[in-house]
Write a protein that binds this ligand. Structure first.
Ligand code: DHB
Ligand code: FE
Length: 281
């Protein structure tokens, strides 16, 4: 059977993609950002997944005001990187895992979550920047990826509680897939940041730390955080953190923190990154 072995979270700041693509990762400003991913790169080389279920949000690249799916699962064979205004990033095409993706769609919909099934979609920095942070600049990504897009851009957006429960449903779905696969679940976005308006540049280190501290052991507490708290404490875009709760819900009980990285500043935001070993059961 397929099994979920680990979870990875990471901010997905678009400027990081640009810095990687133009070989500026060693500059004094950026070096400490990338150093925090070295542990993970090594760990991924030793324990490569077959498939990553990658929870991210689209930033008006594949979707816009015409279509706003709350939860969208990518079931295609492959997905191109999106053109976000400066041309697509020079990164490999993302190979999907259609059989597993359709299985998850069926199982999760039968568990009463409404997913939108997407068979054609371009993927923006929300997904490609974490891949570059974790895998560098390979000719091809080393595993297959199921993109799972969450609307955290246009209100109404889903609650943290619903995201956490959705993660639990995804866990059941993966565990009922009849193929021996090592599956990781990633959650991207966050941490505190606001990129427009009077509070642009907002960073709340204390609040971020409390979030990181509770992710492994006290996810139920995090699931109770209301939208208004994310916005007040973590800035308008801090709401992206609900996607980490989908990842966390998919890891089960008895989760172990393997690695943590937190750094300010990076562009307008705080960088947060964690690796969690999945629980049993
Ligand atoms: C920025 C954009 C994002 O989508 C994000 O998650 C963090 C930062 C930015 O434009 O700086
Ligand atoms: Fe974002």
């Amino acid at each position: 059977m397929a099994r979920i072995t680990a979870g990875v979270t990471s901010s997905h700041i678009p400027l990081i993609g640009r810095v990687i693509d133009t070989d500026q990762t060693d500059t004094p400003y950026w070096k400490p950002v990338f150093e925090g991913y070295e542990w993970t790169k090594e760990w991924l080389r030793k324990e490569p997944p077959d498939v990553i279920f990658l929870v991210y949000n689209d930033h008006a690249s594949a979707f816009d005001m015409r279509i706003i799916p709350t939860f969208a699962i990518g079931c295609a064979e492959r997905f191109p990187p999106a053109d976000e205004g400066y041309g697509p990033r020079p990164v490999p095409v993302i190979e999907g895992a259609p059989d597993l993706a359709w299985h998850i769609a069926q199982s999760v919909i039968e568990q009463d979550f409404d997913l939108t099934i997407i068979n054609e979609m371009a993927l923006d920095h929300g997904l490609t920047v974490p891949l570059s942070l974790m895998f560098g600049q390979p000719k091809a990504w080393p595993c297959r990826i199921i993109p799972f897009a969450v609307n955290v851009v246009v209100y109404p957006v889903p609650s943290g509680r619903r995201c956490y429960k959705l993660g639990q449903a995804i866990r059941k779905a993966v565990q009922s897939f009849d193929e021996d696969l090592n599956v990781q679940v990633w959650g991207t976005g966050g941490m505190s940041h606001q990129i427009q308006g009077k509070r642009a540049g907002l960073i709340n280190k204390a609040w971020d730390k409390r979030f990181l501290d509770r992710l492994a052991d006290k996810p139920e507490e995090l699931a109770e955080i209301e939208h208004v708290e994310y916005i007040r404490e973590a800035g308008a875009e801090g709401i992206e953190l609900v996607m980490w709760l989908i990842m966390r819900g998919a890891l089960g009980a008895g989760v172990k923190e393997l690695h943590r990285h937190y750094h300010v500043p990076a562009s307008n935001t705080a960088v947060g990154h964690m690796v969690l070993e999945a629980g049993s059961g």
